[in-house]
Ligand binder design. Structure first.
Ligand code: CP3
Length: 314
């Protein structure tokens, strides 16, 4: 197995940084768009054979150093009786549950377990499982009371344990919206729940990446959570972040997805600046600062991944 990603997470010396991209399987790929003409988004993420196939599309095209399970953070809401609905031009919606649904986590999310098991038989790069941060999931569910955040946290822990049992090698927590909270809101609505998740997963020893948009705003708090890695957006330079984050903790990011989407020459300039500035730094994983945008040219993604893969630390 290509274990560059795992080595980078453990801050071991490696010849070049590993690369994978958030939303590396998605609308920017013609093959994905073709599937979406036939199937709803919900069908794609709840049918293991389809989800497994889509997870592998970017692996076959670009050969990145990691795979991320094709799913969505909002699938967890289905455990509470919500239903995911994705309509073109309206984005994602959660349809409210009727009455008091019974919680059957393992039944509802068994499809994800099956997808992971199928993938583990076929891929030769580490598989990244994931969840949303309880605050971010609660925000989409319109359920932000402490009682609800606590219930979402418990379900998230069970869900991650299920993914680990099914075989994922790494976990990324996407608390996408937490970084934009005020400090006091962050301390009450996000941090305590992230802490519970981190503590519950400590015995499993699985490497955990914590990602928020705006994570550099709460850097000290995120460091205190003691994840293996922190994922950053492009608000600050990566080298500056690398010098602040403790040496035993990896950093991931942080090219602006608009740059990946834009002019190829500009992309080349910015990507070279990022990679060269991080030359010889341990614990660096190349990624975007948020997901690949739907209009991104396939050639740009191909160039970016090839460039990082051809890089050699001196
Ligand atoms: O990264 C990957 O390739 C793995 C799959 C993945 C998806 N969503 C697939 C998806 C992951 C890790 C996510 C995470 C996710 N989902 C987050 C956290 C990261 C972030 O983007 O901030 C959030 C907030 C969601 C919720 C969500 N899902 C929204 C708000 C939307 C609509 C907006 C959009 O970007 O399309 C989705 C839909 C979604 N999730 C799509 C995909 C491929 C697009 C579906 C389609 O158009 O077919």
């Amino acid at each position: 197995m290509n274990d560059l990603l795992l080595k980078a997470l453990h801050c071991e010396p490696i010849s070049r940084p590993p690369i994978w991209l958030m939303r590396q399987a998605g609308r920017f790929m013609p093959a994905y768009r073709q599937l979406r003409e036939k199937y709803s988004f919900r069908t794609l993420i709840t049918t293991p054979e389809l989800a497994c196939h889509i997870t592998q599309l970017p692996l076959k095209m670009f050969n990145p150093d990691g795979a991320i399970v094709f799913s969505d953070i909002l699938i967890l809401a289905e455990v509470f009786g919500f239903k995911i609905d994705f309509k073109e031009n309206q984005g994602i919606q959660l349809i409210e549950p009727k009455g008091q649904p019974k919680i059957h986590l393992h039944e509802t999310l068994n499809c994800v377990s099956q997808t992971i098991q199928l993938l583990k038989k076929t891929i030769d790069v580490p598989l990244i499982g994931f969840c949303g941060g309880p605050y971010t999931v609660g925000k989409y569910m319109n359920r932000l009371s402490f009682e609800w955040l606590q219930q979402i946290t418990q379900a998230t822990i069970d869900y991650l344990q299920m993914q680990i049992a099914a075989g994922v090698d790494v976990i990324q927590i996407f608390d996408s919206w937490a970084g934009y909270l005020t400090p006091s809101e962050f301390h009450t609505l996000s941090l305590p729940y992230l802490k519970q998740i981190m503590e519950a997963l400590t015995p499993s020893k699985i490497p955990i990446i914590v990602f928020c948009r705006g994570s550099s705003r709460f850097l000290q708090e995120l460091i205190q959570l003691n994840p293996k890695c922190i994922g950053f957006d492009w608000e600050k330079e990566m080298i500056e972040l690398r010098q602040t984050v403790p040496n035993h903790m990896a950093v991931q990011g942080n090219l602006d997805p608009e740059i990946l989407k834009g002019d190829l020459n500009h992309l080349k300039l910015k990507a070279q600046k990022l990679i060269e500035s991080m030359q010889n730094q341990k614990g660096f994983i190349v990624n975007l600062g948020h997901g690949v945008l739907p209009e991104t040219p396939v050639e740009n993604v191909q160039w970016f991944i090839d460039y990082v893969k051809s890089f050699r630390s001196s």
